[in-house]
Design a protein around this ligand. Structure first.
Ligand code: ASP
Length: 444
């Protein structure tokens, strides 16, 4: 999601809105709870909340929702098609695919274990939680009860698996069966990657157009973000008060620690045991990639630096790194997958939405796929998070709370996304026995 062209960067505006909205909500909460305050001012606060703050938040979120399906479909199909092309690249493609799936699953696993252990969203008193749920949607309460009843009834494993394969993809969209819809995109992408180039090309070009149009719509939506986030955090501040700050603090710390564990723990192991490299030396070599990813919050924007560093500093063969890094910029996003898993569970805890083990496994699957379907741009994760939240009846308004502090998390997860691509490239070149040619070494 873009920066403002001139003047203050968008993420700073959003941060300011978050703080202002929250502080205003907090002050109003004091007034509403003060028995001596005039009834007139309490009514005015209620009016402001119901007729201005909440609608502003909803309009902003709806703008994001309305483009999620085209965005997700085009990104996922194009991502999978490129991995599908991997067959043509032979071993390199297969190893990349396998490592992407394994590393993304570990990343989401770390996130889910962390969020279930630390429970950053669970410290909110029950009364406030209920108020918050009422604030955001009465429909959600009914859905939550229905969900609890369903959870008691239990769904068989076979039913859960069958539900992933949609009879009708449009019906899957309407019923918010996002996993089934993603499955459809996945199959479509694999098929597209396997037909003759001549036939596939126009479809790819069309989807590429859809993808870029969708990103532009998200840019439009983000222009409303400062107002939307003010509205959303005002409502949250009004109900949650200071409890929200503690929950958010824990959540941010958890995301950062989980990202660090994946980067310095899991990647180090992969580098040592698969790529046969010294992890410390490797992290030193890729420092320029780390800085660029951190500064731009965008895997796409970091791609040129990543290609250069892989070639000149890490010494990877060009054919491997150009394939793995280019595809990986969109299709391999471990940091994003980890972040999405934590954020969805955090918001579920915050609103007290019960999630069964099957739900959590579903979220894990979605987060792994989301790593493939997320655009490598700042804030690319949000449309995907929005749609997964809806699927599990977690109020999407919770996004307002996290969006204001997202920039630092986005910078950090993008580092993991891109370092992950270079790590996979190093592992793949070792596994496939590819080495830098003498000519490359001389010019590189
Ligand atoms: N900013 C991330 C990237 O470009 C995507 C996201 O997680 O929002 O890699």
């Amino acid at each position: 999601m873009s920066r403002a062209k001139r003047g203050m960067p968008l993420h700073i505006k959003i941060l300011i809105s978050l703080v202002l909205g929250f502080v205003a909500g907090l002050i109003c909460q004091q007034m509403v709870n003060n028995p001596e305050a005039a009834q007139g001012s309490k009514d005015a606060i209620g009016f402001f909340n119901d007729n201005l703050a909440k609608p502003a938040g909803s309009i902003f979120l709806n703008m994001i929702f309305m483009i999620v399906i085209p965005l997700l479909f085009s990104a996922l199909v194009l991502g999978v098609t490129e991995i599908g092309d991997a067959k043509k690249v032979g071993k390199v493609g297969l190893y990349s695919l396998a490592l992407t799936v394994v590393l993304s699953s570990i990343a989401v696993g770390i996130g889910l274990i962390g969020v279930n252990t630390i429970k950053p969203g669970a410290g909110i008193p029950e009364v406030k939680r209920e108020q918050l749920m009422q604030q955001y949607a009465s429909k959600n309460k009914a859905e939550t009860e229905k969900r609890l009843a369903q959870a008691k009834e239990g769904k068989t494993v076979a039913d859960t698996i069958v539900d992933i394969v949609p009879k009708n993809p449009i019906d899957a969209i309407v019923k918010d069966n996002i996993l089934a819809f993603m499955f459809f995109a996945l199959v479509f992408g694999l098929a597209l990657g396997s037909i003759e180039q001549e036939r596939a090309q126009p479809v790819k070009r069309f989807l590429d157009g859809i993808f870029h149009v969708s990103l532009r719509v998200i840019d439009f939506a983000m222009k409303l973000a400062p107002i939307g986030v003010f509205g959303l955090t005002f409502s949250a501040g009004l109900v949650l008060g200071l409890d929200a700050i503690q929950a958010l603090g824990l959540y941010v710390a958890l995301v950062l620690v989980a990202l660090a564990i994946h980067m310095f723990g899991v990647y180090s192991l992969a580098l040592r045991f698969i790529a046969g490299r010294n992890p410390i030396t490797f992290f030193r070599q890729v420092k320029q990639v780390i800085f660029t990813a951190f500064a731009t919050s965008s895997s796409n924007a970091t791609l040129p630096t990543a290609l250069k560093v892989a070639d000149e500093e890490v010494g990877l063969p060009r054919d491997v790194s150009s394939f793995v890094l280019t595809v990986g910029a969109t299709a391999n996003q471990n940091g994003t997958a980890l972040f999405e898993g934590i954020t969805i569970l955090f918001l579920a805890q915050l609103f007290g939405v019960p999630l069964t083990i099957a739900d959590q496994l579903g979220i894990m699957g979605l987060a792994i796929l989301a790593g493939v379907g997320t655009a490598g741009v700042p804030g690319g994760a949000w449309p995907v998070i929005a749609i997964i939240l809806t699927k599990y009846n977690i109020p999407a308004a919770g996004i307002g709370l996290v969006l204001g502090i997202d920039r630092i998390l986005d910078m950090s997860r993008t580092v993991l996304n891109v370092v992950g691509d270079v790590t996979i490239a190093a592992c793949v070149s070792k596994l496939s026995g590819e080495k830098k040619s003498l000519e490359e070494a001389a010019t590189g």
